[in-house]
Ligand binder design. Structure first.
Ligand code: NAD
Length: 294
């Protein structure tokens, strides 16, 4: 029987800590952290994510600005907004919610964001600094996972970690962070992906599995070593006629099957997801305090 890594609870604890710090900043007459978010179009998932981010800012006492634009916005117009945010001294950090409409080149947008304000940690400057172990804004989801490992005292040093998925926002950065000479870190990391042959051979060796694939219930009990720690990043919609909305959320791990075999496991929902927003707040606080780029 495994124990749950409760991301929802941990996210609340961290938000309380941030709120306490903001209160002190306020009392001492310092600037309050200010996060801006740019939302283009009406993608339902993006709307939910951005709403959560803005609500979380309010919860911890940050200032927040939401800039909503119709998906008819041109790339030039969006670049102009980014330029304004880059130069707005009151804004400590900002994010441009992805995905963007097809006529906008996401790479151009990411590159236009001032790395000092890139609290999503997607700019190659922050990615490169992360890879070299320099101070940087860590991408939100991997940062959230590192927080979970740290706060739950999950030993990573010398452990075999199998990461499934090599995206720029989850799989690749978490594989770098877990292998860095740091705590948590110092793990032996195996990065698996869609071209990996005999995936199970690797996962069965894993002390820690990070699943970031985007396929519901992909990791099954026969792929997991007894006592492994399971970090399930996946958020997948699965049809469910018993639910009012017609679907339920499922992770990349077959929770019901794997739970009994693992020593610790993140649920979906309530695991990695809530930690992602918390990481954004932590990065914004760092930006305000000039802790990454001084
Ligand atoms: P992605 O589609 O960019 O990448 C998926 C990765 O899975 C790819 O690198 C691919 O090589 C790998 N893959 C696909 N099929 C595979 C197979 N059969 N065997 C091994 N590897 C395979 O996805 P992403 O953006 O990294 O997201 C992954 C999942 O995590 C999605 O469900 C997404 O919704 C979720 N997600 C959650 C959060 C959060 O806050 N919890 C944040 C980001 C993404």
């Amino acid at each position: 029987m495994s124990s749950i890594i409760d991301g929802k609870q941990l996210a609340e604890t961290i938000k309380e800590e941030i709120a306490a710090e903001v209160k002190i900043l306020k009392e001492q007459g310092h600037k309050i952290p200010h996060l801006a978010a740019v939302l283009v179009g009406a993608n339902p998932a993006s709307q939910v994510y951005v709403r959560n981010k803005v609500r979380s800012c309010e919860q911890v006492g940050f200032e927040s600005t939401l800039i909503r634009k119709d998906d008819s916005i041109t790339e030039e117009e969006l670049l102009e907004i980014i330029h304004e945010l880059n130069t707005d001294e009151d804004v400590d950090g900002f994010i441009v919610q992805l995905p963007l409409p097809n006529h906008i080149n996401e790479e151009n947008i990411t590159l236009a964001i001032d790395p000092k304000k890139d609290v999503d940690g997607f700019h190659p400057m922050n990615f490169g600094r992360m890879a070299q172990g320099l101070p940087s804004y860590l991408p939100a989801t991997p940062f959230g996972i590192m927080q979970m490992l740290d706060r739950y005292n999950i030993e990573t040093e010398g452990k075999t970690c199998v990461v499934i998925g090599r995206s720029n926002i989850v799989g690749t950065p978490i594989s770098i962070l877990l292998s860095r000479k740091a705590k948590p870190g110092n793990a032996t990391v195996i990065l698996c992906h869609s071209r990996t042959k005999n995936l199970q051979e690797y996962t069965l060796k894993a002390d820690i599995i990070v699943a970031a694939i985007g396929r519901a219930n992909f990791v099954t009990a026969d792929m997991v070593k007894e006592g492994a720690v399971i970090i399930d990043v996946g958020i997948n919609r699965v049809d469910d006629a018993t639910r009012k909305r017609g679907y339920r959320l499922a992770g990349d791990v077959d929770y019901a099957g794997v739970e009994a075999k693992s020593s610790m496991i993140t649920p979906v929902p309530g695991g990695v997801g809530p930690m992602t927003v918390t990481s954004l707040l932590m990065n914004t606080l760092k930006a305000c305090k000039g802790e990454v780029y001084s």
